[in-house]
Design a protein around this ligand. Structure first.
Ligand SMILES: Cc1ncc(COP(=O)(O)O)c(C=O)c1O
Length: 457
């Protein structure tokens, strides 16, 4: 096979970024501030300190500082599994017979199996530095909970995870990994919190959602001395930590003398996509380069493509601050699709603003076509992809096939966020032909959208 560039490009250890990049610094229209749900005024740092670690609150509220130094302890941990490779998908290109050049940035090469470790280790570090006993969190697919349990074990912190019930049941082995790293894992909604009891009363038999699990984790953190809540996506601080993905990808491309035309990522709460695109979007915002950027979401939970850009609660229990974002309504509970990490009702306020400003696009894809792409990819590139990541694979394949029709030699980069070894129940359903594609009707969406809080901002 003729190869223009190596199959895998790794940075040297001393080329791994030592600062995170904050794309908000280059945004003309800043993401809208978090609001206090009582007063509807922008949240002040002091109001957030009881919920989040102090240093993370500062990162959350900082729209202006372009670069943050990555503390040495976090870098030391990054060296265990970073850099991640930038891979040229020669075998996929050949199978598709496309003139497109396809690259992926593979973040699944660590025990947690996904990109989530990049922010987990940062959040655990700041919790430890503040002298906390432990943290609480939610997890959907289980990758974030796994990553956080690893990070907490490393810094000797207690870790309590509320895991969305359908994932808890579908992925018992994911749960055991978390417990092996010392985390306590509870299926959500649960009877262990007031909000869980309320949700179960209103929606008996619910399979849960990230929004429910967040409410439970926040309730426990706020009510327990020496604990704070940490979140694996959506928040601007998480996108900041995940910028390490994009910075590495950009440095590897620069080394190869290649510039992508198109950047594709799956979007749940927006952290991998936000991290992957950050330095490229920075160039776009500063007028230095242009890229086509595409967010891919499941048709069953289409916050960007069918949601409203409005202030909404980040959680089902309505205990968190209000965020302005593309949302399906905090009451929306998506059908039990197999990409547990893409079942969140809202989207990062940074990505929401960039999307609203027309700086990126969004598409939704159906579950069976996602698994078709996942299978095709696994058979030629060798990696068994996570269902979430496979949304990006679907779109990358579709774009490469378009290039085949037009003869264009576009360079496509997509984020391969994780591996799917704990998602074999989903693969089993696909292989048996029993996987379904549930797409919410307009009436389904209207039900939760009609309950958006009335905020005149
Ligand atoms: C492998 C993987 N990819 C993507 C996501 C989506 O999250 P985000 O949009 O924050 O990157 C998740 C979330 O759990 C995940 O586990």
């Amino acid at each position: 096979m003729k190869r223009d560039v190596p199959y895998k490009t790794y940075l040297a250890e001393n080329e791994i970024p030592t600062q995170w990049y904050n794309v908000r610094a280059d945004m003309k229209n800043k993401p809208a501030p978090l609001l206090n749900p009582g007063t509807l005024e922008p949240m002040k740092a002091e109001e957030l300190y009881p919920v989040f670690c102090e240093e993370l609150v500062k990162q959350e509220l900082d729209n202006d500082t372009p670069f943050f130094d990555i503390p040495q302890e976090i870098l030391d941990f990054y060296y265990m599994y970073r850099p991640s490779p930038l891979v040229r998908a020669y075998f996929l290109e050949k199978a598709l017979d496309t003139p497109a050049k396809i690259y992926y940035k593979f973040e699944g090469n660590n025990t947690s199996g996904s990109h989530k470790l990049n922010s987990a280790i940062a959040q655990a570090y700041y919790a430890k530095k503040q002298g906390l006993k432990g943290v609480t969190t939610e997890t959907g697919a289980g990758q974030w909970g796994t990553a956080l349990s690893m990070a907490c074990a490393y810094f000797d912190l207690d870790c309590q995870v509320y895991m969305v019930k359908c994932s808890y049941e579908q992925k018992p082995f994911r749960r055991e990994v978390m417990r092996t790293y010392g985390a306590k894992v509870t299926p959500s909604p649960s009877m262990t919190t007031q909000i869980g009891q309320k949700i179960l009363k209103e929606h008996p038999g619910t399979t849960g959602s990230l929004g429910c699990a967040i409410s439970e984790a926040v309730e426990v953190a706020v009510g327990s001395e020496g604990y704070r809540y940490v979140l694996g996506s959506v928040l601007s601080q998480v996108l900041l930590h995940q910028s390490v993905i994009g910075l590495e990808a950009k440095a590897a491309f620069d080394k190869l003398g290649v510039k992508p035309d198109m950047i594709i990522g799956c979007a749940g709460g927006g952290s991998n996509l936000g991290g992957l695109i950050s330095p490229f979007m920075g160039e776009k915002l500063r007028g230095e380069a242009d890229y086509q950027i595409i967010a891919i979401e499941p048709a069953s939970c289409p916050s960007l493509t069918r949601g409203k850009y409005a202030y909404d609660f980040c959680d089902t229990g309505m205990v968190c601050p209000l965020a302005k974002m593309y949302t399906l309504g905090s009451d929306f509970i998506p059908s039990a699709n197999h990409a547990g990490g893409l079942r969140y009702h809202g989207m990062s306020s940074i990505l929401s603003q960039l999307y609203d400003d027309g700086l990126m696009e969004a598409r939704s894809v159906e579950q069976t076509s996602v698994f078709e792409a996942a299978t095709q990819f696994a058979r030629v590139e060798g990696i068994l992809p996570a269902p979430e990541s496979s949304h990006a694979i679907r779109a990358a394949i579709d774009e490469a096939l378009k290039c085949k029709e037009t003869g264009e030699e576009k360079t496509i980069l997509f984020g391969l966020t994780g591996t799917g070894y704990f998602d074999l129940v989903a693969y089993e359903k696909y292989n048996e032909g029993s996987m379904s594609d549930y797409i919410p009707t307009d009436a389904d969406l209207e039900k939760s959208l009609s309950k958006l809080p009335k905020v005149d901002k």
